[in-house]
Design a protein around this ligand. Structure first.
Ligand SMILES: Cc1cc2nc3c(=O)[nH]c(=O)nc-3n(C[C@H](O)[C@H](O)[C@H](O)COP(=O)(O)OP(=O)(O)OC[C@H]3O[C@@H](n4cnc5c(N)ncnc54)[C@H](O)[C@@H]3O)c2cc1C
Length: 382
């Protein structure tokens, strides 16, 4: 008989329970609408470690920010290759330069997984927001082993993953530095897989997938899945909060009080000049002296920000996302293998027709629109 680690619909898919189980009795199943961590009773040793590490059973404390800033990496190349202001990449680079290890998310073998880097070259693969639920399977043990050897480790991840790392390393976290991202919510990788399949792209053979346009992608042939000026359906449904897993809509980390040493996001609502906003501006919330340590000497330009203005736009600093219309039907359809495209048509018939019209005009060379700001869009690199 299988038992669940978490209460129904609460599993974040953080994988900490699977990593800690000494009997390998826990598996996390991606059911598209939700994640579910299951215990195989036949193998279970009844040690309860899975629940002791689980953030639903042991929620780590949240802390109010000591201060908040907006800014960007002073190195123009770092800023240009990143999703917001390049703060994560600048902090990573400094941490590695000081002899530390950084654990964060990369695209490998068709999946968004976690890797540990101790060289600038390897850490380059971390750059960029991946708008999908990543899997830290295996990362917890690696980080704890490094900490046990006396190494300094920086973990950059979604807030639920940072919370899980905090629980996993409880008691040996003196040299652990946690950075989380402001997070709107994250879809199951099966949603992205379904979208890409229909576009004829097999994630396993792709070199990279990017979610926010970087003009002139370095190091590969970047293929646009939709023409400029037309939004792809994966991104539209992500932005409309339709595709996240159940737990995201009740996320305890979608708040101004944070679980990490530092939080990074977009300084939407910033009143800095439009030229700077076009290049991307990071929002930085610092909760602890360790967070301050990460900022010192990271090569960041930081300035004051009106946090009330930012919160009005970046609502996930106040409360979790509200479920977008048609979510259940769409995700059930994806789970059953129905076509992504036809389900989007049912959900947004008028938008679907408008987009088809634009596509036809584009094919005839009559439609071209460049976006003002960095565009949110799925692009693949072969
Ligand atoms: C699913 C998701 C939802 C987000 N929603 C919001 C939002 O609503 N509001 C907001 O202000 N910001 C949001 N962000 C954060 C924003 O997109 C940027 O990632 C953040 O501002 C850092 O930008 P940067 O230029 O400093 O980072 P970069 O230098 O581009 O580095 C990004 C870092 O984040 C890590 N990372 C990226 N994607 C993932 C992932 N899926 N799982 C774990 N780690 C990852 C990378 O490995 C890297 O270390 C979201 C990010 C994600 C992944």
């Amino acid at each position: 008989m299988d038992l669940s680690v978490c209460p129904e619909n609460k599993c974040t898919g953080c994988m900490a329970c699977a990593d800690i189980c000494p009997a390998g009795a826990v598996t996390v199943e991606d059911m598209v609408l939700c994640m579910e961590a299951r215990i195989d009773e036949a193998q279970c040793l009844h040690c309860d470690l899975c629940r002791k590490v689980c953030q639903n059973h042991q929620p780590p404390a949240l802390k109010s920010p000591l201060f908040w800033k907006q800014g960007w990496a002073e190195d123009v190349c770092v800023r240009a290759g990143s999703s917001s202001g390049g703060s994560a990449a600048a902090i990573t680079s400094r941490f590695i330069g000081d002899g530390g290890y950084v654990c964060s998310c990369v695209f490998r073998g068709g999946k968004f997984v976690f890797d540990v880097a101790s060289s600038a070259d390897k850490a380059g693969a971390f750059k960029g927001s991946k708008y999908v639920k990543s899997s830290p399977a295996g990362a917890y043990r690696k980080v704890k082993d490094l900490l046990a050897r006396g190494e300094k480790v920086l973990f950059i991840a979604l807030p639920c993953q940072a919370a899980a790392m905090k629980n996993y390393c409880r008691g040996c976290d003196e040299n652990l530095y946690l950075v989380d991202l402001v997070c709107h919510g994250s879809p199951s990788p099966r949603v992205l897989g379904s979208f890409l399949k229909e576009k004829g792209a097999d994630p396993e053979v792709l070199k990279d997938i990017t979610f926010r346009a970087v003009d002139d992608y370095p190091g590969g042939e970047e293929i646009k899945l939709v023409p400029d000026g037309i939004e792809d359906y994966y991104t539209r449904l992500f932005m409309d909060a339709v595709t996240y897993t159940e737990n995201c809509y009740e996320c305890r980390y979608a708040a101004f009080e944070r679980v990490s040493d530092l939080t990074l996001g977009d300084a939407w609502g910033s009143d800095l000049p439009v030229e700077e906003r076009k290049k991307g501006i990071s929002l930085v919330l610092c909760m602890t002296p360790k967070g301050q340590e990460l900022l010192d000497g990271a090569g960041l330009f930081l300035t004051d920000v009106d946090i009330d203005k930012v919160k009005k736009i970046n609502k996930q600093l106040c409360h979790p996302a509200v479920k977008g219309a048609g979510r259940e039907a769409l995700l059930k359809g994806i789970a059953q293998g129905k076509r992504f495209d036809s389900m989007f048509r049912k959900l947004h018939p008028s938008q679907y027709c408008k987009d088809r019209g634009k596509m036809l005009l584009h094919a005839a060379g009559l439609y071209k629109r460049e976006g003002l700001f960095r565009r949110f869009r799925v692009r693949i690199v072969k």
